[in-house]
Design a protein around this ligand. Structure first.
Ligand code: F3S
Length: 293
C-alpha cells in the first residue's frame, strides 16, 4: 500500500506564523496566555500548554504577569481595549489577511455612519458577513461594526434580512467560494431596490487548496483527512474530498483510524486542514503502515 501526503495540506501562512511566534516566546521563557485555543488542533494546543502556555476562556481568566497572544482569527476591538485598560501586554498574531479584512469592514462601517451623520443617506448600508455564527474570526469582523453586521451561513438565512437596504457583503476568510457565489446570486435574484456590493474576501490559502485537494482526493483509493473537530476549513476541505471520493474518512488523531477503512486500498492519500501540523499527518501515515493497527 502506498501512502501519500498531499502537498497542499497543513498549516497555512497565518497559522504557521501564530504557532511559531508562540513557541518562540515560550522558548524565551515568556509567560503567555491565549484567549481560547491558539489553533483548532488539540495536539498542538496540548504541546504548547505542556511548554507553559495558558489557554484562557476570556480576559478575566488571564493570570497576573502574563502576556496575551491574539490568535490568527483575530478578536473584537473590545479585547484590545480591555487589555489596554488592565495593563495586559498584547502580542498580536492576527493573520495579516484577517487584519486587512477587519480594516475594510471597519472603513465601510465608519463611512456608512459618516454619510448618515451628514445627511447623505437616511440609513447606512447593511453589512452582511457570510460565515459561521460564533466563530472567533466572525466575532472579530462583526466587532468592527459595533455588532450591527448580520452573519449568514447560507442563502436560506437571507429570509430574515432586509434586502431593501443597501447591502455590502463580505466573507469569512475560510468559507467556500461556491457558497459565497450562491449567496451573491440569491441576493441579486431577490433584490428589487437599493445597492448591492460584494467582496470576495475568501483567503486564497484555502480557496486554491480546494481545487488541488479535489484532484488529490480523486486520485487515491482512500483519503484520510486529519483535522481538529472545530476547524472550519477542515470541514470544508474534508467535505470537498468526500464529494469526489466517498472513501474519505476524517480523524483528529492516529488512534481513531480503523483498519477496514483502508482494506484493499492500493493508495491512501493523507490530507489536513490549515491548522493540522505536518507531524500529525506523519503519525497517521505511520499508523496506517503499521500492520498491527
Ligand atoms: Fe490567514 Fe488564510 Fe490562514 S486568512 S489564518 S492564511 S486560512
Amino acid at each position: 500500500m502506498q501512502i501519500i501526503r498531499a502537498k497542499t495540506a497543513g498549516f497555512c501562512f497565518g497559522v504557521d506564523r501564530a504557532v511559531k511566534l508562540t513557541y518562540d516566546l515560550l522558548a524565551q521563557g515568556r509567560k503567555v496566555a491565549t484567549l481560547g485555543p491558539l489553533i483548532h488542533n488539540a495536539q498542538v494546543v496540548a504541546d504548547l500548554e505542556a511548554k507553559g502556555a495558558v489557554t484562557c476562556p476570556d480576559i478575566d481568566a488571564v493570570p497576573d504577569g502574563y502576556e496575551v497572544i491574539i490568535r490568527s482569527h483575530g478578536v473584537t476591538p473590545d479585547v484590545y481595549r480591555t487589555c489596554e485598560a488592565r495593563g495586559i501586554p498584547v502580542i498580536d498574531a492576527t493573520c495579516p489577511v484577517v487584519l486587512r479584512l477587519q480594516k475594510r469592514i471597519k472603513q465601510a462601517y465608519d463611512e456608512g455612519k459618516r454619510r448618515v451623520a451628514v445627511g447623505e443617506t437616511p440609513l447606512p448600508p447593511l453589512i452582511l458577513i457570510y460565515g459561521k455564527e460564533g466563530h472567533a474570526e466572525v466575532n472579530g469582523l462583526v466587532g468592527q461594526t459595533e455588532g450591527t453586521a448580520i452573519v449568514i451561513q447560507n442563502a436560506d438565512e437571507l429570509d430574515g434580512v432586509d434586502l431593501s437596504r443597501d447591502i455590502m457583503l463580505y466573507s469569512q476568510t475560510t468559507k467556500s467560494l461556491e457558497g459565497f457565489q450562491r449567496i451573491v446570486e440569491e441576493i441579486r435574484r431577490r433584490k428589487k431596490t437599493g445597492g448591492f456590493q460584494y467582496f470576495d474576501t475568501i483567503c486564497r490559502q484555502v480557496a486554491t487548496r480546494l481545487e488541488k485537494m479535489r484532484d488529490f482526493a480523486a486520485s487515491h483509493d482512500v483519503v484520510v483527512f486529519v483535522s481538529g473537530a472545530k476547524s472550519s476549513n477542515g470541514k470544508v476541505l474534508c467535505e470537498e474530498c468526500r464529494k469526489v471520493n466517498p472513501r474519505t474518512y476524517s480523524v483528529t488523531e492516529a488512534s481513531e483510524l480503523r483498519p477496514e477503512w483502508v482494506a484493499g486500498a492500493e493508495t491512501v492519500g493523507i490530507c489536513g486542514a490549515t491548522s493540522t501540523p505536518g507531524w500529525l499527518m506523519e503519525e497517521v501515515a505511520k499508523r496506517i503502515l503499521n500492520v498491527e493497527f
